[in-house]
Design a protein around this ligand. Sequence first.
Ligand code: ATP
Ligand code: ZN
Length: 287
Amino acid sequence: MSDVLRIAIQKKGRLSEKSLAIISGCGIKFGSDERVLKERATNFPLEFLYVRDDDIPSYIHDGVADIGIVGRNEFDEQGFALTVLRDLGFSKCRLSIAVPHDFPYLGLKSLEGKRIATSYPNILRGILGEDGVSATLVEVSGSVELTPAVGIADAICDLVSTGATLAMNGLHEVETVYTSTAVMIGRPLTDNRDKEAILQRLLLRIDAVMKAASFKYIMFNLPTDRVEAVSALIGGLKSPTVTPLLEAGWVSVQTVVAEDRFWDVFEQLKDLGAQGILVTPIEKMTE
Ligand code: ATP
Ligand code: ZN
Protein backbone atom coordinates (compact mmCIF):
# COMPACT_ATOMS: atom_id res chain seq x y z
CA MET A 1 0.00 0.00 0.00
CA SER A 2 1.18 3.48 -0.74
CA ASP A 3 -1.03 5.37 1.68
CA VAL A 4 0.39 8.48 3.28
CA LEU A 5 -0.61 10.18 6.48
CA ARG A 6 -1.34 13.88 6.05
CA ILE A 7 -0.27 16.28 8.76
CA ALA A 8 -1.36 19.92 8.89
CA ILE A 9 1.26 22.29 10.28
CA GLN A 10 1.04 26.07 10.75
CA LYS A 11 2.67 27.65 7.71
CA LYS A 12 4.16 30.67 9.42
CA GLY A 13 3.78 31.58 13.05
CA ARG A 14 4.54 30.70 16.63
CA LEU A 15 3.90 26.98 16.20
CA SER A 16 5.71 26.38 12.91
CA GLU A 17 9.33 25.97 13.88
CA LYS A 18 8.79 23.72 16.89
CA SER A 19 6.21 21.60 15.09
CA LEU A 20 8.71 20.89 12.31
CA ALA A 21 11.53 20.38 14.83
CA ILE A 22 9.63 17.59 16.57
CA ILE A 23 8.95 15.84 13.25
CA SER A 24 12.55 16.11 12.13
CA GLY A 25 13.64 14.90 15.58
CA CYS A 26 11.75 11.73 14.63
CA GLY A 27 14.30 11.20 11.84
CA ILE A 28 11.78 12.22 9.18
CA LYS A 29 13.35 14.10 6.28
CA PHE A 30 11.66 16.85 4.28
CA GLY A 31 12.65 20.00 2.45
CA SER A 32 10.68 22.51 4.55
CA ASP A 33 10.99 25.09 1.77
CA GLU A 34 8.73 27.87 3.03
CA ARG A 35 7.26 28.56 -0.40
CA VAL A 36 5.58 25.18 -0.78
CA LEU A 37 2.11 24.51 0.61
CA LYS A 38 2.36 20.77 0.47
CA GLU A 39 5.29 18.37 0.51
CA ARG A 40 6.08 14.72 1.02
CA ALA A 41 8.68 13.42 3.48
CA THR A 42 11.43 11.55 1.66
CA ASN A 43 11.87 8.66 4.10
CA PHE A 44 8.49 8.26 5.83
CA PRO A 45 4.91 8.01 4.48
CA LEU A 46 3.98 11.49 5.68
CA GLU A 47 2.70 14.47 3.71
CA PHE A 48 2.80 17.99 5.11
CA LEU A 49 0.14 20.63 4.49
CA TYR A 50 1.23 24.12 5.51
CA VAL A 51 -1.82 26.17 6.48
CA ARG A 52 -3.07 28.84 8.88
CA ASP A 53 -3.39 27.47 12.40
CA ASP A 54 -7.09 28.47 12.57
CA ASP A 55 -7.84 26.15 9.64
CA ILE A 56 -6.17 23.07 11.11
CA PRO A 57 -9.09 21.63 13.15
CA SER A 58 -11.59 22.00 10.30
CA TYR A 59 -9.19 20.51 7.74
CA ILE A 60 -8.82 17.45 9.91
CA HIS A 61 -12.53 17.29 10.59
CA ASP A 62 -13.24 17.43 6.84
CA GLY A 63 -10.62 14.80 6.04
CA VAL A 64 -8.28 17.15 4.15
CA ALA A 65 -5.62 16.23 6.71
CA ASP A 66 -5.48 13.28 9.12
CA ILE A 67 -3.62 14.89 11.99
CA GLY A 68 -2.27 18.33 12.85
CA ILE A 69 -0.45 20.43 15.40
CA VAL A 70 -2.34 23.37 16.88
CA GLY A 71 -2.61 25.37 20.11
CA ARG A 72 -5.03 23.78 22.55
CA ASN A 73 -6.73 27.18 22.76
CA GLU A 74 -7.64 27.08 19.09
CA PHE A 75 -8.74 23.46 19.31
CA ASP A 76 -10.96 24.01 22.37
CA GLU A 77 -12.41 27.21 20.97
CA GLN A 78 -13.48 25.58 17.72
CA GLY A 79 -14.88 22.54 19.50
CA PHE A 80 -14.55 19.94 16.74
CA ALA A 81 -14.97 16.35 17.91
CA LEU A 82 -11.37 15.30 17.33
CA THR A 83 -8.90 13.46 19.55
CA VAL A 84 -5.92 15.00 21.33
CA LEU A 85 -3.24 12.44 20.44
CA ARG A 86 -0.36 14.06 22.33
CA ASP A 87 0.31 17.17 24.38
CA LEU A 88 3.55 18.41 22.86
CA GLY A 89 4.27 20.88 25.65
CA PHE A 90 5.66 23.78 23.61
CA SER A 91 4.07 27.18 22.77
CA LYS A 92 2.84 27.57 26.30
CA CYS A 93 0.56 30.54 26.71
CA ARG A 94 -2.25 31.71 28.94
CA LEU A 95 -5.64 33.21 28.47
CA SER A 96 -6.18 35.92 31.07
CA ILE A 97 -8.68 38.48 32.17
CA ALA A 98 -7.30 42.02 32.04
CA VAL A 99 -9.03 45.17 33.20
CA PRO A 100 -8.41 48.95 33.18
CA HIS A 101 -6.66 50.25 36.31
CA ASP A 102 -9.83 51.77 37.75
CA PHE A 103 -11.81 48.52 37.49
CA PRO A 104 -12.36 47.05 40.98
CA TYR A 105 -11.64 43.38 40.25
CA LEU A 106 -12.31 40.87 43.03
CA GLY A 107 -12.70 37.70 40.99
CA LEU A 108 -14.80 36.46 38.08
CA LYS A 109 -17.97 37.62 39.88
CA SER A 110 -16.85 41.22 39.29
CA LEU A 111 -17.50 40.58 35.59
CA GLU A 112 -21.22 40.05 36.15
CA GLY A 113 -23.19 42.15 33.64
CA LYS A 114 -20.01 43.57 32.07
CA ARG A 115 -18.88 43.58 28.44
CA ILE A 116 -15.81 41.44 27.86
CA ALA A 117 -13.95 41.50 24.56
CA THR A 118 -12.24 38.28 23.48
CA SER A 119 -11.22 36.14 20.52
CA TYR A 120 -12.14 33.07 22.54
CA PRO A 121 -15.86 33.43 23.29
CA ASN A 122 -16.54 29.70 23.59
CA ILE A 123 -13.74 29.02 26.07
CA LEU A 124 -14.63 32.13 28.06
CA ARG A 125 -18.37 31.33 28.08
CA GLY A 126 -17.53 27.92 29.54
CA ILE A 127 -15.35 29.40 32.26
CA LEU A 128 -17.84 32.09 33.26
CA GLY A 129 -20.62 29.52 33.16
CA GLU A 130 -18.81 27.34 35.71
CA ASP A 131 -18.92 30.28 38.13
CA GLY A 132 -22.48 31.24 37.22
CA VAL A 133 -21.35 34.62 35.89
CA SER A 134 -23.31 36.14 33.02
CA ALA A 135 -21.61 38.78 30.92
CA THR A 136 -21.87 40.14 27.39
CA LEU A 137 -19.10 38.72 25.24
CA VAL A 138 -17.83 41.02 22.50
CA GLU A 139 -16.12 38.86 19.92
CA VAL A 140 -13.14 40.48 18.18
CA SER A 141 -10.50 38.75 16.10
CA GLY A 142 -7.55 40.99 16.90
CA SER A 143 -6.34 44.06 18.87
CA VAL A 144 -8.45 42.96 21.81
CA GLU A 145 -6.44 45.26 24.12
CA LEU A 146 -7.81 48.35 22.39
CA THR A 147 -11.46 47.63 23.12
CA PRO A 148 -11.76 49.14 26.64
CA ALA A 149 -10.08 52.38 25.53
CA VAL A 150 -12.47 52.79 22.59
CA GLY A 151 -15.44 52.10 24.81
CA ILE A 152 -16.74 48.81 23.44
CA ALA A 153 -15.72 46.62 26.39
CA ASP A 154 -15.21 46.91 30.16
CA ALA A 155 -12.65 44.10 30.37
CA ILE A 156 -10.87 41.72 28.05
CA CYS A 157 -9.90 38.06 27.95
CA ASP A 158 -6.87 37.48 25.75
CA LEU A 159 -3.66 35.48 25.29
CA VAL A 160 -0.90 37.07 27.32
CA SER A 161 2.81 36.47 27.13
CA THR A 162 4.61 39.34 28.89
CA GLY A 163 1.86 41.77 29.75
CA ALA A 164 3.73 44.60 27.98
CA THR A 165 1.00 45.08 25.38
CA LEU A 166 -1.60 45.23 28.15
CA ALA A 167 0.37 47.88 30.03
CA MET A 168 0.68 50.01 26.89
CA ASN A 169 -3.10 50.01 26.68
CA GLY A 170 -3.68 50.91 30.33
CA LEU A 171 -4.73 47.39 31.32
CA HIS A 172 -3.42 44.89 33.82
CA GLU A 173 -3.79 41.16 34.08
CA VAL A 174 -5.95 40.09 37.01
CA GLU A 175 -6.59 36.39 36.52
CA THR A 176 -5.44 33.52 34.33
CA VAL A 177 -8.46 31.50 33.31
CA TYR A 178 -6.96 28.96 30.91
CA THR A 179 -3.53 27.66 29.89
CA SER A 180 -2.57 26.21 26.55
CA THR A 181 0.22 24.22 24.92
CA ALA A 182 0.57 22.82 21.42
CA VAL A 183 -1.28 19.55 20.90
CA MET A 184 -1.28 16.97 18.16
CA ILE A 185 -4.88 16.31 17.18
CA GLY A 186 -6.41 13.79 14.83
CA ARG A 187 -9.62 12.16 13.71
CA PRO A 188 -10.31 8.45 14.14
CA LEU A 189 -8.58 6.45 11.40
CA THR A 190 -10.43 3.24 12.06
CA ASP A 191 -11.54 3.12 8.42
CA ASN A 192 -7.96 3.03 7.18
CA ARG A 193 -5.64 0.52 8.80
CA ASP A 194 -2.64 1.62 6.76
CA LYS A 195 -2.92 5.20 7.92
CA GLU A 196 -3.55 4.07 11.48
CA ALA A 197 -0.36 1.98 11.35
CA ILE A 198 1.64 4.97 10.05
CA LEU A 199 0.20 7.12 12.82
CA GLN A 200 1.23 4.58 15.46
CA ARG A 201 4.78 4.51 14.06
CA LEU A 202 4.90 8.30 14.16
CA LEU A 203 3.55 8.47 17.74
CA LEU A 204 6.12 5.93 18.91
CA ARG A 205 8.88 8.16 17.56
CA ILE A 206 7.34 11.31 19.01
CA ASP A 207 7.15 9.68 22.43
CA ALA A 208 10.83 8.77 22.21
CA VAL A 209 11.80 12.32 21.21
CA MET A 210 9.69 13.89 23.97
CA LYS A 211 10.96 11.47 26.57
CA ALA A 212 14.56 12.13 25.57
CA ALA A 213 13.98 15.87 25.87
CA SER A 214 12.83 15.45 29.45
CA PHE A 215 16.02 13.67 30.58
CA LYS A 216 19.74 14.43 30.67
CA TYR A 217 22.57 11.93 30.48
CA ILE A 218 25.14 12.52 33.21
CA MET A 219 28.60 11.09 33.88
CA PHE A 220 30.86 11.78 36.84
CA ASN A 221 33.64 10.36 38.98
CA LEU A 222 32.84 9.33 42.51
CA PRO A 223 34.59 7.86 45.55
CA THR A 224 33.57 4.15 45.58
CA ASP A 225 32.10 4.36 49.08
CA ARG A 226 29.54 6.91 47.89
CA VAL A 227 27.97 4.70 45.22
CA GLU A 228 25.10 3.55 47.41
CA ALA A 229 24.21 7.07 48.48
CA VAL A 230 24.21 8.18 44.86
CA SER A 231 22.06 5.23 43.83
CA ALA A 232 19.52 6.17 46.45
CA LEU A 233 19.55 9.79 45.33
CA ILE A 234 19.00 8.96 41.69
CA GLY A 235 16.29 6.47 42.69
CA GLY A 236 13.30 5.67 40.51
CA LEU A 237 15.51 4.86 37.56
CA LYS A 238 17.40 1.64 36.92
CA SER A 239 20.77 1.27 38.68
CA PRO A 240 23.45 3.52 37.27
CA THR A 241 26.34 2.06 35.25
CA VAL A 242 29.39 1.99 37.53
CA THR A 243 32.89 1.44 36.10
CA PRO A 244 36.10 1.31 38.18
CA LEU A 245 38.71 4.00 37.49
CA LEU A 246 42.44 3.26 37.41
CA GLU A 247 42.82 5.30 40.56
CA ALA A 248 41.96 3.05 43.51
CA GLY A 249 38.86 4.02 45.49
CA TRP A 250 37.19 5.83 42.56
CA VAL A 251 34.53 4.85 40.03
CA SER A 252 32.95 6.48 37.00
CA VAL A 253 29.13 6.62 37.09
CA GLN A 254 26.76 7.06 34.14
CA THR A 255 23.02 7.55 34.44
CA VAL A 256 20.03 9.56 33.24
CA VAL A 257 18.27 12.20 35.32
CA ALA A 258 14.90 13.83 34.71
CA GLU A 259 15.29 17.42 33.56
CA ASP A 260 13.00 18.78 36.29
CA ARG A 261 15.13 17.17 39.03
CA PHE A 262 18.43 17.97 37.39
CA TRP A 263 19.66 20.92 39.50
CA ASP A 264 18.56 19.30 42.69
CA VAL A 265 20.45 16.09 41.83
CA PHE A 266 23.45 18.06 40.57
CA GLU A 267 23.85 19.93 43.87
CA GLN A 268 23.50 16.79 45.93
CA LEU A 269 26.01 14.93 43.75
CA LYS A 270 28.54 17.68 44.42
CA ASP A 271 27.83 17.38 48.15
CA LEU A 272 28.43 13.63 47.91
CA GLY A 273 31.87 14.24 46.40
CA ALA A 274 31.18 13.73 42.70
CA GLN A 275 33.82 15.27 40.44
CA GLY A 276 34.06 16.03 36.74
CA ILE A 277 30.30 16.03 36.24
CA LEU A 278 29.54 15.89 32.51
CA VAL A 279 25.99 16.49 31.23
CA THR A 280 24.74 15.80 27.72
CA PRO A 281 21.34 15.95 26.03
CA ILE A 282 19.75 12.70 24.92
CA GLU A 283 18.61 12.48 21.33
CA LYS A 284 16.20 9.53 21.55
CA MET A 285 15.07 7.39 24.47
CA THR A 286 12.69 4.45 24.88
CA GLU A 287 11.73 2.23 27.78
P1 ATP B 1 -1.93 32.29 11.49
O1 ATP B 1 -1.44 33.27 10.50
O2 ATP B 1 -1.40 30.91 11.20
O3 ATP B 1 -3.42 32.33 11.69
P2 ATP B 1 -1.81 33.42 14.19
O4 ATP B 1 -1.36 34.82 14.18
O5 ATP B 1 -3.24 33.10 14.42
O6 ATP B 1 -1.24 32.70 12.87
P3 ATP B 1 0.26 32.78 16.14
O7 ATP B 1 0.40 34.15 16.71
O8 ATP B 1 1.39 32.22 15.36
O9 ATP B 1 -1.08 32.60 15.30
O10 ATP B 1 -0.08 31.81 17.36
C1 ATP B 1 -0.33 30.46 17.14
C2 ATP B 1 -0.55 29.79 18.48
O11 ATP B 1 0.61 29.93 19.29
C3 ATP B 1 -1.68 30.35 19.34
O12 ATP B 1 -2.93 29.83 19.00
C4 ATP B 1 -1.26 29.90 20.73
O13 ATP B 1 -1.59 28.53 20.94
C5 ATP B 1 0.25 30.00 20.66
N1 ATP B 1 0.70 31.29 21.24
C6 ATP B 1 0.10 32.46 21.19
N2 ATP B 1 0.77 33.41 21.84
C7 ATP B 1 1.86 32.83 22.31
C8 ATP B 1 2.97 33.28 23.06
N3 ATP B 1 3.09 34.54 23.45
N4 ATP B 1 3.93 32.38 23.34
C9 ATP B 1 3.84 31.12 22.94
N5 ATP B 1 2.79 30.63 22.25
C10 ATP B 1 1.82 31.46 21.93
ZN1 ZN C 1 -4.36 31.96 13.44
